[in-house]
Design a binder for this molecule. Structure first.
Ligand code: NAD
Length: 361
């Protein structure tokens, strides 16, 4: 199969980790007879340096002309980099927000998985961590409180701020369909998280999720209140498979879920639109503190590339190859500095890419 991949290496460690993901993709393509054609694009700080803006119209058009986007991360040191002396709409992150909007990316997927080899990095009690967990948080990305009307005014001499949380049934249905579609490819369980005991938007959320669930008799599902979910994530994370939720709840719960995995360098992510198109990137930032030293962990980006194969290209076998190769590298004791522990073999960013590529074969 031939696929066109837009590649945004970005800033900081972005180029280092993306290079390793491409190394692994090329290995898998060679084995399985695929051809991946890469188009290099600039976004973020490097685009500001080259073009004076964090994202150009040409970059957006090139992404749209591709089958998927593979991205590193963007941005620099927010205290010292000259990029952060620019107005807010000219800074690196403005490019990412505009790109997500231009591509209609409404579903954000963040897997949180605890590899048994890394369970000591998990901050939870040993008996909980030992069981491991493997969940995927599916967060609605373009609606809800972050996009509703807001204003601040003086009411009767008292400053008063108002934010509005709006969802319509179409927005809920399309993300629920994505969650159930993905659950079918996993352990076939959806936990839909809301605050239906208080919020109208959550009651509509529940009603629409019930309707969508009717089309997926093989997927078990449950509703859970967000406060309970926050507790369950630290009490018994192994119970979750796909966690479906709205924008703000997802923002908070996905960070909570990522913390219990122990390392940001392991966490992949995907943002999808209504077609099979998606943008795939590590959950962490550009890590300017370690950039250019060949010590960053490339696994989050390599696993993001595996998600691209699975969700945008329907290449499940190839995605499995990469995910199994990551497991083998960890089982073999190979570690970058962020996940290093006693008795393990420390390796560089490029060593880790080589080892994972080797285990794909
Ligand atoms: P960060 O995630 O870049 O770094 C936080 C800590 O995690 C640092 O100590 C860093 O060294 C470490 N870390 C992150 N990724 C790692 C990896 N792959 N391997 C080993 N260690 C890793 O967060 P920050 O320092 O708050 O942000 C730095 C810059 O990244 C900022 O400009 C921020 O705006 C940007 N950022 C970009 C994105 C994105 O591109 N989507 C996301 C978050 C932050």
């Amino acid at each position: 199969m031939d696929k066109k991949i837009a590649v945004i290496r970005g800033d900081g460690i972005g180029p280092e980790v993306v290079n390793e993901a491409i190394k692994v993709l090329d290995k898998v393509a060679g084995i399985c007879g695929h051809r991946f054609e890469y188009t290099d694009l600039l976004m973020g700080g490097c685009s500001i340096d080259a073009y004076g803006v964090p994202l150009t119209d040409e970059t957006i058009a090139a992404c749209k002309a591709s089958d998927a986007v593979l991205m590193g991360s963007i941005g620099g040191n927010t205290s010292t980099s000259p990029w952060y002396r620019l107005p807010a709409d000219k800074r690196p992150e403005a490019g990412l927000l505009r790109l997500r909007k231009s591509l209609g990316l409404f579903a954000n997927l963040r897997p949180a998985m605890l590899y048994k080899e890394l369970y000591r990095a998990c901050p939870l009690r040993e008996d909980i961590a030992e069981k491991g967990f493997d969940m995927l948080i599916m967060r609605e990305l373009t609606g809800g409180l972050y996009f509703g009307a807001r204003h601040t005014e003086e009411v009767g001499g008292v400053m008063t701020a108002t934010d509005t949380l709006t969802y319509n049934e179409n927005e809920i249905r399309r993300i629920a369909v994505k969650a159930f579609d993905i659950a079918i490819k996993r352990r076939k369980k959806v936990t839909s998280v809301d605050k239906a005991n208080v919020l109208d938007s959550s009651r509509l959320w529940r009603k629409i999720v019930d309707e969508v669930a009717g089309d997926y008799p093989d997927v078990s599902y449950e509703h859970m209140l967000v406060d309970n979910c926050a507790m369950q994530l630290v009490k018994d994370p192994a119970q979750f498979d796909v966690v479906l939720t709205e924008n703000m709840f997802g923002d908070i719960l996905s960070d909570e879920a990522s913390m219990i995995t122990g390392s940001i360098g392991m966490l992949s992510s995907a943002s999808l639109n209504e077609t099979r198109f998606g943008l795939y990137e590590p959950s962490g930032g550009s890590a300017p503190d370690i950039a250019g030293q060949n010590i960053a962990n490339p696994i989050a980006t390599i696993l993001s590339a595996a998600m691209m194969l699975r969700f945008s290209f329907d290449m499940d076998r190839e995605a499995d190859m990469i995910e199994n190769a990551v497991s083998k590298a960890l089982a073999g004791g190979y570690r970058t500095g962020d996940i290093m522990s006693e008795g393990m073999t420390r390796c560089s960013t490029s060593d880790m890419g080589d080892i994972i590529a080797k285990f794909c074969g």
